[in-house]
Design a protein around this ligand. Sequence first.
Ligand code: HEC
Ligand code: HEC
Length: 344
Amino acid sequence: MKRTVFVVLAALLASPLWAAPDGKALYEEHCSACHQSEGKGGIGLPLTEEILSQLTDDYIAKTIRSGRPGRIMPAFVALSDAQVAAILKYLRSWSNKPAPVYPKLAVKGDPARGKRLYQKHCQRCHGKDGAGEGSGTGVTLSREREFMVMPAAINNPGFQRAASDAMIADIIRRGRKVGGMPAFDRKLSDAEIGDLVSYVRTLEPLPPVHGMPEWAGKPAYIMESPYGFEETVDAIKQALTGANFRIFPARYLEQGLTDEFSVNTRQVAIRFCNFKELYHLLNIDPRLGTVLPCRINVIERNGKVLLVSANMVEIAKLFNNRELLEVAVLMEEIILGVMEEATL
Ligand code: HEC
Ligand code: HEC
């Protein structure tokens, strides 16, 4: 926002006809749940003195207005201009540093050279496509331990709309100490930073990853078998072997939970694994190990034989990690294929 606009706004707000909106109250109501009191950051990025000194008033106002579509920062369309200005004023009151002023000129550079520099210096944190992985929450499961907060999605249209070229260049130069982003002013020349900015400008969100629509939102895949209990168990084992899975000894679902004579032998878990896939998945997110659903349960109930397996894609969604989701979509296809073959 231009200074003159501010002066006019300030004059308006100061006039007795208007009760000035209370920036602190508005911040507490709309922002503090994610950004914490005084902008310590949590689910939302930190808004500390150091960071505010990189963010122009225009950037902050646009960020409040358009949010980060597809991420968790909402767009505040219902706030009036005066309310947005009051929040801004309140944010600035935390810091002695003035709002930065950047040159209006677009930064020039070569996006092809920028892409190579991006792969070398930025990709490990911001991801191949600039999505930063996760949904931009400081607490997401996929965050690497060393990061204080999740690297932001710099391919997000909300960010791209709000940030100027010169501001992006300044962030690269100075880094973000609070969040763990290094400063590149000593490592890269001005020309290289220009190349990077012009590449960052080309980043846009990838299309979303979906699993099979008919199973979306369902916690488990469930199919009814036309065969008897033992036949079904055999058919699943055969289909799994055909799909290159290694099968472990089957277990009764109640094994260990009750004594061996009252165990219900008409419900069994067939456990299987494809080590190559498994290592690949665990490489992407080791925490997946605790919830890996490599099993198909066969349950006989009221004369029906059912196949039940946890929905891979729904589990992967909890990890907010695109790469994991892509593998889960492939695994889903294979597991559903096995379940279908066994019940054909
Ligand atoms: C539901 C959580 C949530 C709420 C509510 C929220 N934010 Fe955010 N905010 C985020 C997240 C997460 C990001 C990081 C962007 C991303 O996802 O890539 C962010 C980013 C920002 C940024 C950009 C910071 C930077 O370093 O570039 C600003 C500025 C900001 N928020 C201000 C606000 C203000 C002001 C409010 C209240 C009007 C608000 N936010 C409400 C979660 C939230
Ligand atoms: C070690 C990890 C790491 C590296 C390497 C890294 N960043 Fe970041 N970056 C982050 C984190 C974390 C944030 C959010 C930090 C914060 O706001 O406190 C961030 C923020 C940003 C932002 C501001 C986004 C926003 O919404 O405010 C831009 C732009 C950015 N990085 C670009 C780059 C570029 C370009 C490179 C390569 C030259 C790079 N980063 C290298 C971790 C990294």
